[in-house]
Design a protein around this ligand. Structure first.
Ligand SMILES: [Zn+2]
Ligand SMILES: [Zn+2]
Length: 287
């Protein structure tokens, strides 16, 4: 069975549309994982709108599981604009575990007047909620999912999705520890084919050589991503959650620097599709 990962939103913090970011993309966090007949959606940033349109274009009722890393705006902002929400034949299972309250209450709060005119309870789609207990694996169709808490203000979950020995790890919005590598993330990513990692800042930005220091803001760098990738023995590293101030040239430069240190690195771009099957990793830009 194959496992396909497609990026619909790769930006962190706030959407960054425009000609300077057109190649990388300006939408916030949303990644689609397909395995067998199953659709798993990681986060509901603004990228989820395009994914919803694509799912509806298939002509069949939409059935999907959503795994939320956390409920900061850039990870839930697209949810009220996910077109399948407004169809009776859609069935969604929503998983997450915010540190404050439940996932359902966070999404409900977002879809409340005067911020949004349609209340979550009024959408036609069938929604069910699953609370995640970090460390306790659960099944989504043929996939085994595990979660781990990482270091981020208000808390965050990283996910490992595994199907017949193929594994992808989604570790966005995490800050490396000052006193050493995050052992929980290394354990979660152990031997994974793909590690998607928060590389919002360059090492210079993080240290405050450029602008003020960003330590304590909950994000990491490509250098720290490579450190985790090496320690966990992953196949490939995908740099994710690009800073909104980084234009296409800046992301290209980060990718070049990272590849010089560790060739198995790629910067996430909207439309990037990575196919994991039968011992091979193939990537390309989808239409
Ligand atoms: Zn974020
Ligand atoms: Zn966050």
């Amino acid at each position: 069975m194959s496992l396909t990962v497609r990026f619909w939103g790769v930006r962190g913090s706030v959407p960054a549309p425009g000609p300077r970011t057109a190649a990388v993309g300006g939408n916030t966090s949303c990644v689609e994982v397909r395995c067998g007949g199953e659709t798993i959606i990681l986060d509901a940033g603004t990228g989820i709108r395009g994914l919803g349109e694509r799912l509806l274009a298939g002509g069949r009722p939409v059935s999907a599981s959503l795994l939320f890393s956390h409920v900061h705006w850039d990870h839930i902002q697209g949810f009220p604009f996910f077109p399948p929400l407004f169809r009776r034949d859609t069935a969604l299972v929503l998983h997450g575990r915010p540190d404050h309250g439940s996932l359902e209450s966070a999404l409900r709060q977002q879809m409340t007047a005067p911020s949004f005119p349609v209340h979550l309870g009024a959408v036609p789609a069938a929604l069910s909620f699953g609370e995640i207990e970090p460390g306790q694996p659960f099944e989504v169709g043929s996939a085994l999912v595990r979660a781990a808490r990482l270091n981020h203000p208000d808390g965050v979950l990283a996910y490992r999705i595994e199907v017949e020995g193929r594994a992808v790890v989604f570790a966005t919005d995490t800050e490396h520890h000052a006193d050493g590598i995050d052992r929980d993330l290394v354990a979660l990513a152990d031997g994974a084919d793909l590690l998607i990692y928060d590389a919002q800042y360059t090492p210079e930005e993080y240290a405050g050589v450029i602008g003020g220091p960003r330590s304590g803001w909950g994000h990491s760098t490509w250098v720290e991503g490579i450190r985790v990738a090496r320690a966990a023995g992953v196949g490939s590293l995908v740099l994710f959650h690009h800073d909104p101030s980084h234009d296409d040239g800046a992301v290209d430069a980060i990718e070049r620097s990272a590849r010089a240190m560790w060739p198995g690195t790629v910067a996430a771009r909207e439309g990037l599709e990575i196919h994991l099957a039968g011992g091979s990793v193939m990537s390309g830009r989808a239409a």
